[in-house]
Design a protein around this ligand. Structure first.
Ligand code: ZN
Ligand code: ZN
Length: 399
């Protein structure tokens, strides 16, 4: 699997453009005797291995890479550049470790294909596009992932992490990643000369006030026991010192776990934007649009505990630890929205000695999305394959 991993790492592709990657995965699965369908939800690949009557288990591996310039110095580092959807030339790197997840899945598929006497049922490898743009899972589901192909009884995934040493797996029963909504806001004013504010409605002052008021949503409206985040990640307005512009654009990311909290946050963002605009006598209401969304990752608690106890037997008690929820997001969440009990595991990917030294020094190590992130290759692959194989055998194993 190391050869496959290095090959995938050298040849990353951006979200929605994973043609070559999907072809590589499809070829690997076909060689193992899987029935393979490509082009599912864009570039998605689905491989099915049927082995008699029994439950159906899917594992998810993401196909896409990121516009990040690789700085790891590895012999198999990516030197790929491409044009993104805006036509801008960008570097491409598997900076999130999706190449690792794909290879782990193929390693697992190989062991299952070679050991058909040890399990029964249906195993599905889902090569999912565009995780980084939280659109690939939705696209595959819309294209019939659970209707054209057997609907799984369980869905499983691993994701590499710089928070644990290699050889370690973390499990998090319940919520492990957040609802994520990208919100675009345009605030309107009346532009004019910077020296004559009395003849304008200044959208920059209005935007500033709106941002400060939004901060009170989490601080004053949401139960402190319920996690919530509102971050204004971008704000653009105006062209030079002495011109008051007509409008200001903002881009927000909004995070939560509970669905009612999510609804409240989004409604409050609109309500406060409207009210601030009215108070400033703005010529029209702001436009507030949710442009990208994904639900929270919820690991079925019973399933997580069951699989964790199996992993403790396989990897050793001390190598299976309880993880902690984060406000990051992953569209693996979509599968449970269709009623499939699912579990996602964090896979330690840092060389243990390096990990211990960094902990001692109180330093942060490069993690997913960093140009310096380089998973501890062989041990991470091995632990990932052991994990997925043990999980599938637990769910599909012969009694
Ligand atoms: Zn990522
Ligand atoms: Zn990722």
């Amino acid at each position: 699997m190391e050869t496959l991993y290095e090959d995938l790492h050298r040849n990353p592709e951006l979200s929605y453009h994973e043609e070559k990657t999907a072809a590589t995965i499809a070829e690997q699965l076909r060689k193992l005797g899987f029935a393979v369908t490509t082009g599912v939800g864009g570039t998605g690949a689905v491989g099915i291995l049927k082995n008699g009557a029994g439950p159906t288990v899917m594992i998810r591996a993401e196909l896409d890479a990121l516009p990040v310039p690789e700085k790891t110095g590895l012999t198999y580092a990516s030197h790929v550049t491409t044009h993104d959807d805006r036509g801008v030339e960008v570097p491409v790197m598997h900076a999130c470790g999706h190449d690792l997840h794909m290879s782990i899945g193929i390693g697992t598929a190989t062991l299952l294909a070679q050991n058909k006497n040890r399990w029964h049922g249906t195993f599905i490898y889902v090569g999912q596009p565009a995780e980084e743009r939280i659109g690939g899972a939705k696209a595959m589901l819309k294209d019939g992932l659970f209707t054209r192909f057997p609907k799984p009884d369980f869905a499983v995934a691993v994701h590499d992490s710089n928070e644990y040493p290699s050889g370690t797996i973390a499990y998090t029963p319940g919520f492990s990643a957040a609802n994520s909504d990208s919100v675009d806001v345009t605030i309107f004013g009346v532009g004019g000369h910077g020296s004559r504010p009395q003849a304008t409605v200044d959208p920059i002052v209005l935007a500033a006030r709106t941002i400060v008021s939004w901060q009170t949503i989490v601080a004053r409206e949401i139960d402190p026991q319920d996690p919530a985040v509102i971050t204004v990640g971008s704000i653009h307005g105006g062209t030079k010192h002495n011109i008051i512009p007509d409008e200001v654009h903002m881009q927000l990311t909004v995070r939560s776990y509970q669905d009612d909290v999510r609804k409240h946050l989004l409604a409050a963002i609109q309500r406060i934007a409207d009210a601030e605009a009215a108070s400033a006598n703005a010529p029209k209401k702001p436009i507030v649009q949710v442009t990208e969304s994904v639900g929270a990752v919820y690991n079925d608690p019973q399933l997580s505990d069951r699989l964790a106890s199996v992993l403790k037997q396989v990897l050793g008690e001390s190598n299976v630890v309880k993880g902690h929820p984060i406000m990051g997001s992953d569209d693996f969440a979509e599968y449970r929205q269709f009623g499939v009990p699912s579990a996602m595991f964090a896979l330690g990917a840092v060389e243990p000695a390096k990990f211990a030294a960094a902990q001692k020094a109180g330093e942060n190590l490069p993690g997913p999305h960093s140009p310096f992130f380089a998973p501890d290759r062989e041990p991470s692959l091995k632990t990932g394959i052991e994990t997925e194989t043990a999980v599938v055998l637990e769910l599909l194993g012969r009694p």
